[in-house]
Design a protein around this ligand. Structure first.
Ligand code: NDP
Ligand code: MG
Length: 387
């Protein structure tokens, strides 16, 4: 039996992971599950999967989780430190699916066990990619991409000579506002931003898809994960979300990965890698699809893409500042403190304010990343408060 843990089990990626594991319970021994405020669902999952421990990220949710699991034999804990401790419990395969930079420490802790980390939490790579991957190498751990685009690139590279890679094309659905006039974007409300045309995902990534901050993070994620340069990474708007990514080789060949917009494909691929196995996802009928469309992703319309390029060029701690400022701006948009287009203004202003202060050469350690993350959040919040 494979020992597995799922961090962020109650979220969209977490639920899809639980779905796959629940289909073959005899194959898995579930060690740890973590969640946030959805304590009832976390308890339900922990009982159904017979987990050793269930952890909520929030101390104030501890009593409810404990009550829901009384008599179940499942250990109960709360708080970020408890999540990190749960990540120390030996597991062969760990899903990192907490949303935001809060996923960094659990993921980092898990990979120090030297096993396999399935990484959905893209923020870990954007905020501290070089450190995370160096730690994985040092501990003999494997990091597998779960983001659909990166899973697609990873699959297109199987058996290939990576020095022959010329470019990587990451597709973008364009999010909720892809058909809006650019001059109307400032009017977009929270409700408008919370609907995605193709994917069913958590609230934060859905809004990030509308602003293209999700794609911006994915460009940086591509650089970190596949070790390519910023100018080797392209993005294109592909409204159908059926081609997830393409890899271009030096002989002109372009390998595309197609699949339905169902995260259970990428999660299942990471769960069974290096093998492939039957997965419960729809099969594409190309004759029904008929045509696939592509159009350029305009950096004027989507300032997040320009900021991602700047972050990739700057290197160092720019990704840490970018992630923290983006999260502070997203919090403010969700709290209706700022408008939709202000999110990019705030990230831009935070990067400008801190770029001189934080040397690009600063060594990425967990302490320096957490300190810069804290500083960038405070700076972004001050910019928001100043209006
Ligand atoms: P959700 O918002 O659906 O779920 C997030 C999970 O993290 C939940 O279990 C939530 O708990 C928990 N959580 C929330 N805040 C904290 C915190 N401060 N500390 C610890 N845990 C917390 O997110 P998604 O599943 O959509 O996304 C998860 C990650 O995967 C993100 O990094 C996202 O970018 C990435 N991803 C997601 C995709 C998708 O299709 N959804 C696709 C590709 C990548 P609770 O709900 O109980 O409060
Ligand atoms: Mg993606």
């Amino acid at each position: 039996m494979r020992k597995v843990s799922i961090f962020g089990a109650t979220g969209s990626i977490g639920e899809n992971t639980v779905d796959l594991i629940s289909r073959n319970p005899s194959e898995y021994d579930v060690v740890a599950l973590s969640g946030g405020r959805n304590v009832a669902r976390l308890a339900e999952q922990a009982i159904a999967l017979k987990a050793d421990v269930a952890v909520t990220a929030f101390e104030e949710c501890f009593a409810d989780l404990k009550a829901a699991l009384v008599g179940s034999g499942v250990d109960v804990a709360a708080g970020p430190d408890a999540i990190a401790q749960a990540a120390e419990r030996p597991a062969d395969w760990v899903m990192s699916a907490i949303v935001g930079a809060a996923g960094l420490v659990p993921g980092l802790t898990a990979l120090k066990q030297g096993k396999t980390l399935a990484l959905a939490n893209k923020e870990s790579l954007v905020t501290a990619g070089p450190m995370l991957l160096a730690e994985a190498k040092a501990h003999g751990a494997t990091v597998l991409p779960v983001d659909s685009e990166h899973s697609a690139v990873f699959q297109a590279l199987v058996g290939e000579d990576t020095t022959a890679v010329e470019r990587i094309i990451i597709t973008a659905s364009g999010g909720a506002f892809r058909d809006w006039d650019a001059k109307d974007l400032h009017k977009a409300t929270l409700e408008d931003a919370c609907t995605h045309p193709n994917w069913d995902m958590g609230q934060r990534i859905t809004i990030d898809s509308a602003s293209l901050f999700n794609k911006a993070m994915e460009l940086i994620e591509t650089k970190e994960f596949f070790g390519v340069l910023s100018d080797q990474i392209e993005t294109v708007i592909h409204p159908e979300s059926l081609i997830h990514a393409l890899v271009g080789f030096n002989d002109g060949a372009l390998m595309a990965h197609l699949g339905p917009p169902d995260m259970r494909h990428a999660i299942g691929y990471a769960l069974h890698w290096p093998d492939r196995t039957h997965l419960p996802v729809d099969r594409l009928d190309l004759t029904q699809i008929g045509s696939l469309n592509f159009r350029p992703a305009d950096p004027e319309r989507y300032p997040a893409l320009r900021l991602a390029r700047e972050v990739m060029e700057a290197g160092g701690m720019a990704g840490t500042i970018f992630t923290a400022a983006k999260e502070a701006a997203l919090d403010a948009f969700i709290a209706r403190q700022i408008g939709f287009t202000h999110m990019a203004d705030i990230v831009d202003a935070t990067l400008s304010t801190l770029s001189g202060e934080i040397a690009a050469s600063e060594q990425l350690t967990l302490d320096s990343v957490l300190a810069v993350d804290h500083l960038a959040r405070k700076t972004a919040q001050a910019i928001i408060a100043a209006g």
